[in-house]
Design a protein around this ligand. Structure first.
Ligand code: ZN
Length: 135
């Protein structure tokens, strides 16, 4: 989900984010992948230590395409409040791990938006809404 940096403190990039990444030793706190490292992304997994030739060979053998990607670390707020920058509330993650952690919350938001849209279209159908909520 895109960040609205207007809700972040002014020293977010210059101090808070940098300090969090330094505390995490410049690596994802979930999978250990280093910031700005090159990785092949195979499916949802990073394949580390592969040369370009190895990745090409694996692609040929498996038929699964690898995507060469640059890992960029992000700093997430565990409680989702950008003004709570206590070190224990910040976690440094690669985008793959951040997306994995955030998937449940995003699914919940999508479901809420669908229900809101349904209620706007058919406010007199609470039964339908309750059935969908249970799905
Ligand atoms: Zn990671």
């Amino acid at each position: 989900m895109p960040c609205d940096y207007k809700t972040y403190p002014l020293n977010w990039f210059s101090e808070i984010r940098k300090a969090a990444i330094a505390r995490a030793n410049n690596a994802c706190q979930d999978c250990g992948t280093e910031n700005y490292s090159l990785r092949y992304l195979q499916g949802t997994q990073f394949c580390t230590n592969d040369s370009f030739k190895q990745a090409q060979h694996r692609r040929y053998e498996s038929g699964i395409s690898d995507v060469l990607t640059i890992v960029v670390l992000t700093v997430v707020h565990l409680d989702s409040f950008p003004m709570n920058n206590a070190p224990e509330n910040l976690r440094v993650l690669c985008l793959r791990c951040a997306n994995r952690r955030d998937a449940k919350r995003r699914a919940k938001i999508r479901k809420t938006k669908r229900l809101d849209a349904l209620e706007a279209i058919a406010p007199s159908l609470p039964l339908v809404t309750s059935i969908i909520t249970k799905l």
